[in-house]
Design a protein around this ligand. Structure first.
Ligand code: ADP
Length: 216
């Protein structure tokens, strides 16, 4: 099964992608996670992407296209995947469509999770990431605890450079100006499942599973 999940930063697409990948036993491909890992490991891709990602801007399409071609062709992607964070521009959508045509694995499910900007800004300024397992947790839920509820690492929570309020606003602007047209493109040409990102996480998952025809 192939799934492409869209949504503004902070809307919960990464959280859903992680849950769905584990429930459906398919690969979670997060371009944000791949880039952050590359930056941490100072690879060639990481060096090229670091400043761009920290400022909340988009990594150039040619770099991302090359990366996606490589990742989608890997054996690990054969049994299925959920794509989280790509495509973010119309040009990336065209590149993805042609990679998928070549791979001939069938048409993916397209999912768009949506919420108002005010909710997103509030959420993102509260969120922290575990630097070990990259899970996202809200400060509200963490309640002064220093142990990651997912991988049990201690004191591993960091605020992502790009979760600063000004950078968040920049990411939201880019989302509305550049990524929304991509979702509109798929809404015109495919069947896009649209979900409300303000309902509880487990409800969003349940709805997605039902719509894609998987019983939990
Ligand atoms: P979010 O969706 O919360 O903004 P991600 O983890 O998906 O965060 O992405 C973080 C950053 O990585 C983006 O702001 C951007 O700089 C870069 N990035 C991720 N995916 C892409 C992409 N498809 N094209 C260009 N840049 C990307």
């Amino acid at each position: 099964m192939q799934i492409v999940i869209f949504g503004a930063p902070g809307v919960g697409k990464g959280t859903q992608a992680k849950i769905l990948a584990s429930r459906l036993n398919i690969r979670h491909i997060s371009t944000g996670d791949i880039l952050r890992e590359a930056i941490k490991n100072k690879t060639e891709l990481g060096r090229k992407a670091e400043k761009i990602v920290d400022e909340g801007n988009l990594v150039p399409d040619d770099l991302m296209g090359g990366l996606m071609k490589e990742v989608l062709n890997e054996d690990k992607s054969r049994k299925g995947y959920i794509l989280d964070g790509y495509p973010r521009t119309l040009n990336q959508a065209i590149i993805l469509d042609s990679i998928l045509d070549e791979l001939k694995n069938g048409i993916p499910h397209y999912i768009s999770i949506e919420a108002k900007d005010s909710i997103i800004i509030e959420r993102l300024s509260q969120r922290r990431m575990c630097s070990v397992c990259q899970s996202i947790v809200s400060l509200k839920k963490l309640e002064n605890q220093s142990v990651c509820p997912f991988c049990k690492s201690e004191n591993s929570f960091i605020k992502r450079e790009d979760d600063d309020v000004e950078v968040i606003k920049n990411r939201l602007n880019i989302f509305h100006n550049t990524t929304s047209p991509v979702i509109d493109h798929y809404k015109r040409n495919a069947n896009v499942i649209v979900l409300d990102g303000t309902i509880p996480v487990s409800e969003v998952t349940k709805k997605i599973m039902k719509i894609i025809g998987v019983t939990a």
